[in-house]
Design a protein around this ligand. Structure first.
Ligand SMILES: [Zn+2]
Ligand SMILES: [Zn+2]
Length: 339
């Protein structure tokens, strides 16, 4: 099969021919329809603690069609089933897997990091992580299930209630997905702090009730707009200094949900957080139920995140599109399409 293969830091991926995947008894092989590029992919291909090894195939936001079933799955899955998958191959048997929390499984392998991912014509998925797509759901929309599940998970972790005032710091795909779900769950205000013009426009399209300019006046601007400080602050950038900024902005007993991926040491002063009795709760990934909920809401037409997709590229165009995302201009979510 053809795949985009990571070679080394600083070099674009190379599209080359690699061996087709072969499924274990409890695995499927999926012919990839679409695979989205994620901020995590950018992180894992630059110098740092999380750099993937040479010859890795990334991609964890994929959907497609079953083309081969493992020996134990012949009756459960049909060739041609339209699917997506949590990007994990876990044991499928432990209590956490059975509960739908494969991310917490001790035998977890992450697709697109530890096992080959979806920037390839075919990808292997685990039986218990794979989910069928309803007929109403278009394949190109299904590539957004994973990023939307990240947002849903964060909003669930925040225990956001109808009437809450929410501040979302950062209008990238994660911030936009958070804004969409915050609105869905009835937040009274969903204010997104973002500088990039294109993303400001997208935020409003995807559910923000307003947008704010990041910086020193953010707290005041939120107050002006909303009449009270934010009950919940989602930090969707992942840069040093932002947790302190959230602590400064939060009211007493406010909730701070860091969702952005920050790989550098960060400092904050606990005292103010202590005085305010803040809750700082990190949120990562998703459960199987997060995926299922996204799928159900998309299939029923109750959420629409298509505006997030700014570019659709072929596999051959993908390495250049991937590099361009390191310094995005107009791009938000970029999908690779396979024919
Ligand atoms: Zn992702
Ligand atoms: Zn398990």
């Amino acid at each position: 099969m053809r795949a985009a293969v990571f070679k080394e830091v600083g070099q674009p991926m190379v599209v080359e021919t690699v061996a087709d995947p072969t499924p274990e008894a409890n695995e499927l092989v999926v012919k990839v329809g679409y695979c989205g590029i994620c901020g995590t992919d950018l992180h894992s291909t630059r110098e740092g603690a999380a750099t993937v090894p040479c010859d890795s195939i990334l991609g964890h936001e994929f959907c497609g069609e079953v083309v081969e079933t493992g020996s134990a799955l012949k009756t459960k899955w049909q060739i041609g089933d339209r699917v997506t998958s949590l990007p994990f191959i876990a044991c499928g048997k432990c209590a956490l897997c059975v509960e739908g929390r494969p991310f917490e499984c001790l035998q977890l392998k992450v697709t697109g990091l530890e096992v080959p991912g979806g920037f390839a014509e075919y990808v292997k998925t685990g039986d218990s992580e794979t989910l069928k797509l309803p007929d109403e759901l278009l394949m190109e929309d299904a590539a957004l299930i994973e990023p939307l599940a990240v947002g849903l998970h964060a909003v669930r972790v925040a225990e956001l209630k109808a009437g809450d005032r929410a501040l979302v710091i950062g209008g990238g795909p994660v911030g936009l997905a958070v804004a969409l779900w915050a609105r869905f769950f009835g937040a009274r205000d969903v204010l997104v702090s973002e500088l990039a013009e294109q993303r400001v426009a997208l935020a409003t399209q995807l559910g923000a009730t307003g947008t704010l300019t990041p910086g020193e006046t953010l707290g005041e601007a939120f107050l002006d707009d909303s009449g009270a400080p934010p009950d919940v602050i989602f930090e969707c950038v992942g840069a040093p200094g932002l947790i302190q900024e959230c602590i400064d902005l939060a009211p007493r007993r406010g909730r701070i949900i860091p969702v952005g991926v920050c790989e550098q040491p960060d400092n904050f002063m606990p005292f103010l957080a202590l005085v305010k009795e803040l809750r700082i709760q990190f949120a990562i990934a998703y459960t199987r139920d997060d995926f299922e909920t996204v799928i159900a809401m998309m299939a029923q037409g109750r959420i629409d995140a298509r505006a997030m997709v700014t570019d659709v590229v072929s596999l051959d165009e993908m390495p250049a599109a991937f590099e361009a995302l390191r310094n995005p201009s107009h791009q938000c979510k970029v999908l690779t399409r396979f024919d």
